[in-house]
Write a protein that binds this ligand. Structure first.
Ligand code: ADP
Length: 160
């Protein structure tokens, strides 16, 4: 059987344990997951693209079933380039649904071969977002249980 490859696109600014939870669940279904960081020049990020890629490479360095990459432009074009037809996305509490539904249908409109698979994280990560994590660290707090240690360290450095 052909290798089942899925692409998990996102900003990862920064990666949280919610993302890792989704990747682990995805690996029950797929042989390989490509964690693809979107390069979006019109958005401002806390960590630039190199910093985000460095953190991801460090965190997943012992997992050959996880590839770290970045892309710009249309996601469907990136999938084609990688020989993948599956997009993995995480669905948290209801807030994600509207936009995820729109994006999944739009991607299918552009390329009918593309399927989007939604995975639901553990309840403890259902209200976790990169934005919330950044706000907490910016205010001098920390939530070590919600981010990998590499990310915790980087956030503390950034806001010290
Ligand atoms: P955004 O798309 O809002 O910039 P990310 O790029 O961080 O957010 O997210 C990439 C994907 O990971 C999205 O599908 C998002 O719903 C999912 N995700 C983010 N945080 C979590 C979490 N805590 N649990 C499950 N899925 C998550």
């Amino acid at each position: 059987m052909a290798n089942r490859i899925a692409v998990y696109p996102g900003s990862y600014d920064p990666l949280t344990k919610g993302h890792i939870d989704i990747i682990k669940r995805g690996l029950k279904m797929f042989d390989k997951i490509i964690v693809a960081v979107l390069k979006n020049p019109s958005k401002t990020y806390l960590f630039n693209i190199e910093e985000r890629l460095d953190m991801l490479n460090e965190i997943f360095k012992d997992h050959k079933e996880i590839e770290v990459d970045c892309f710009e432009g249309l996601l469907v074009d990136y999938l084609k380039k990688k020989g993948a037809t599956i997009i993995v996305r995480g669905l948290r509490a209801i807030s994600d649904f509207d936009i995820e539904f729109q994006m999944a249908l739009m991607n299918r409109n552009i390329d009918k071969e593309i399927e989007t698979v939604f995975l639901v994280p553990s309840v403890c990560y259902s209200f976790l977002s990169s934005r919330l994590v950044k706000e907490i660290y910016e205010l001098g707090g920390e939530i070590k249980s919600m981010v990998p240690s590499t990310v915790d360290k980087k956030l503390k450095e950034r806001f010290k």
